[in-house]
Design a protein around this ligand. Structure first.
Ligand SMILES: Cc1cc2nc3c(=O)[nH]c(=O)nc-3n(C[C@H](O)[C@H](O)[C@H](O)COP(=O)(O)OP(=O)(O)OC[C@H]3O[C@@H](n4cnc5c(N)ncnc54)[C@H](O)[C@@H]3O)c2cc1C
Length: 288
């Protein structure tokens, strides 16, 4: 289908982007990689009157690594995250997840900030950002604030962002020695996660001292499996321990159901992806 006619503007600065966003009201929409918004416009599921292209804004570009933290511009593409050598030396989750998103065409245009703002329930980055305990720096008409990934995803395509706010950076703490893994069951056509599980484990002498488990694709938004996380201490990878974690991770969750996967099948996929992610994390030397 053909989208409704729209204005296209490319602001030179973040402040101008905010001014345009506020001025445009309900009609204005940010455009980053366009790989979620443009398909929605073609289907007329979204019909903005003005697109504000932030993909080249300097404030939203670049990856900075200092000792304790990585700061990633929201307009950084999936491919840039996948291939950034220095980033993946300290946070290998980015290569692992980036490589599993769709195909090179999508990875070359789609961005981290666009993916998080869009909050597709089957997107990959939300689970990774939850497991890595990322913070999102956003700026809007009322000023700047930081939102923990934990409080960012609210529901189906719903986030804590106000309509006039722009994600500028994503900040991820660097905690040396963590093991990371991401496993997903790919939708065969789109590549989206029917279910995906991100795991970050702290290990000492082969025994887990804590960690994070985050799930995408299973519920209406990505979530942390808090009860399973609380049981990670002392985990050594034994079968009975693993089964206990799997029971806890999906307890009380209301699974999505669609023509690709009903609730029971999604839970089974979740259990299998978590089992594999835990095994990967216990086996790898890759540190977070
Ligand atoms: C064929 C296909 C396969 C795909 N497969 C996968 C997959 O396997 N896994 C996966 O995770 N994703 C997948 N995607 C989605 C893809 O990763 C998108 O690129 C991503 O979800 C959105 O990023 P974007 O930069 O393209 O955002 P856009 O489409 O430009 O924008 C998406 C939304 O975010 C808003 N937005 C954009 N930037 C900002 C910002 N800085 N601050 C606030 N709001 C902002 C926009 O206004 C819009 O509402 C697929 C897409 C396609 C077309």
């Amino acid at each position: 289908m053909i989208p409704r006619a729209f204005e296209y503007v490319r602001p030179d600065s973040l402040s101008e982007a905010i001014r345009l966003l506020v001025g445009g009201g309900e009609e204005a929409k940010l455009l980053s990689g366009g790989h979620s918004l443009l398909p929605m416009m073609k289907l007329r599921l979204a019909s903005p009157g003005t697109l504000i292209d932030v993909s080249e804004l300097a404030d939203l570009r670049g990856i900075t690594i200092d000792g304790n933290e990585v700061v990633i511009g929201a307009a950084t593409t999936h491919a840039e995250l996948e291939h950034h050598v220095e980033l993946n030396r300290v946070l290998p989750m980015f290569a692992t997840v980036g490589h599993q998103i769709a195909d090179p065409t999508v990875r070359n245009r789609g961005t981290l900030g666009g993916s998080l703002a869009h909050a597709d329930p089957s997107a990959d980055w939300p689970a990774a950002m939850l497991a890595l305990e990322a913070n999102l720096d956003v700026v809007g008409a009322k000023g700047a604030r930081s939102i923990a990934a934990d409080s960012f995803f609210k529901g189906l395509f719903e986030t804590a962002l106000e309509t006039d706010e722009i994600i500028v950076h994503v900040r991820v703490p660097v905690l040396p020695g963590r093991r990371v893994a991401y496993r997903k069951f790919r939708h065969p056509a789109s590549g989206y996660a029917v279910v995906g599980v991100a795991v970050v484990l702290a290990l000492q002498a082969g025994q887990c001292t804590g960690g994070r488990i985050a799930v995408t694709g299973l519920a209406d938004h990505a979530y942390r499996a808090n009860r399973a996380e609380a049981a990670l201490e002392g985990y050594t990878g034994q079968l009975a321990q693993t089964e206990h974690l799997l029971d806890l991770a999906f307890h009380g969750v209301t699974p999505l159901e669609d023509r690709f996967a009903d609730a029971e099948y999604r839970i089974q996929l979740g259990r299998t992806m978590l089992r594999r992610a835990l095994a990967d994390a216990m086996a790898t030397d890759g540190s977070h």
